[in-house]
Design a protein around this ligand. Structure first.
Ligand code: PMP
Length: 342
């Protein structure tokens, strides 16, 4: 794979914006270079554009070199950046599993890039050859999501590997929900595959959806193209500081994950006992997809009871389905009580 050839010509050839913080990186006593207000320290100053302190700490915890990390305003930022870096609008296309996370298609549409959906099998498993059949010479990206949203299942590692090793373009593997799964992340294999981008986020297991921090892991070459295209100061100082501290709470995060998995088991068991629930898709994530007799009626009934779930019944392979996020014990009990008395 020739990465330079995969990147859009204008991106390959452009000169990126160079900020004051980029041009002088050392320590000084007087900073008159960035047109900041000299008063109101410390938030009067622009933050580190490349978030090196934070990346070093994440790198230590993940066992990945900092040069292989990109931090974004949620993982939604690198999802948009892959289109802007690799896909020529109106010419290139991308291939994605279907159903999956909706932002891949939204970003394709915004960037005017053809989005080719390939249905998963009926049980939401992945058939690599089926997916690869949709690839042509203009396919730049393949989107995989494991555990997948909304089905909640992990994708088979051998099938994923076939795609990574066969496809002559970039594979984006979204692991937003990986902390809730038994299978390991693909991160330990990152060095082996130059065309792999793994996405993770602080929005799920870390309980930090509000502060907006997502991670993309890839070869240093791919990361340098992300850095070329991103906004100069894409991660604000408050988020950088906050997450630097939160990273010391790994044990608490693991306790939350254990609690959520325990609640997932509880919900699966209770839901299996409720008549209007026709099917429960086994989940490796912090949500469960269920098939019910009448999704619209049950969705509205739950809304009337102050309980909001996600109606997914218009999504491919999800006819009759509601997606339920795992809540606290009390919230889950309320949901079960409401469904029982329907
Ligand atoms: N990927 C998947 C599969 C998701 O479900 C979500 C959010 N629902 C995201 C990415 C986006 O996460 P973030 O908050 O990091 O932008």
């Amino acid at each position: 794979m020739n990465l330079q050839k995969l990147v859009r010509k204008n991106i390959r050839e452009m000169k990126p914006y160079s900020s004051a913080r980029n041009e002088f990186k050392g320590e000084a006593s007087v900073y008159l270079d960035a047109n900041e207000n000299p008063l109101n320290s410390p938030y009067n100053r622009y933050p580190d554009p490349l978030q090196m302190k934070l990346k070093e700490k994440i790198a230590g915890q993940k066992g990945v070199d900092p040069s292989r990390i990109f931090l974004g305003n949620g993982s939604d930022e690198p999802i948009d950046l892959v289109f802007r870096v690799f896909c020529e609008p109106g010419v290139d296309n991308v291939v994605a599993i279907d159903p999956t996370y909706g932002m891949y298609k939204v970003c394709a549409d915004i960037n005017n890039v053809e989005y080719r959906k390939v249905l998963l099998n009926k049980d939401y498993t992945l058939d690599s050859s089926h997916l690869l059949d949709a690839v042509d010479e203009n396919t730049k990206l393949i989107f995989l999501c494991s555990p997948n949203n909304p089905s909640g299942n992990l994708l088979d590692k051998d099938e994923v590997r076939k795609i990574i090793t066969t496809f002559n373009g970039i594979v984006v593997l979204d692991e937003a929900y990986i902390d809730f799964a038994v299978n390991e992340s693909w991160l330990p294999e990152l060095d082996k595959y130059l065309n792999l981008i793994v996405l993770q986020t602080f929005s799920k297991a870390w309980g930090l959806a509000a502060i907006r921090l997502g991670m993309a892991f890839a070869s240093p070459e791919i990361i340098s193209f992300f850095n070329k295209v991103k906004y100069p100061y894409n991660i604000n100082q408050l988020t950088q500081e906050y997450v630097l501290n939160e990273l010391d709470r790994q044990e608490t995060k693991n306790e939350w994950v254990d609690y959520i998995i325990q609640q997932r088991d509880f919900l699966e068991k209770e839901l299996a006992d409720i008549e209007l629930v026709e099917q429960i898709i086994p989940s490796d994530a912090n949500f469960i997809l269920i098939k019910v007799s009448d999704p619209v009626e049950i969705y509205n009934y739950l809304v009337q009871n102050g309980i909001i779930v996600r109606n997914r019944h218009l999504i491919s392979l999800c006819e009759g389905c509601l997606r339920i996020t795992i809540g606290t014990k009390e919230e889950n009990e309320k949901l079960i009580a409401a469904l029982r008395s329907k």
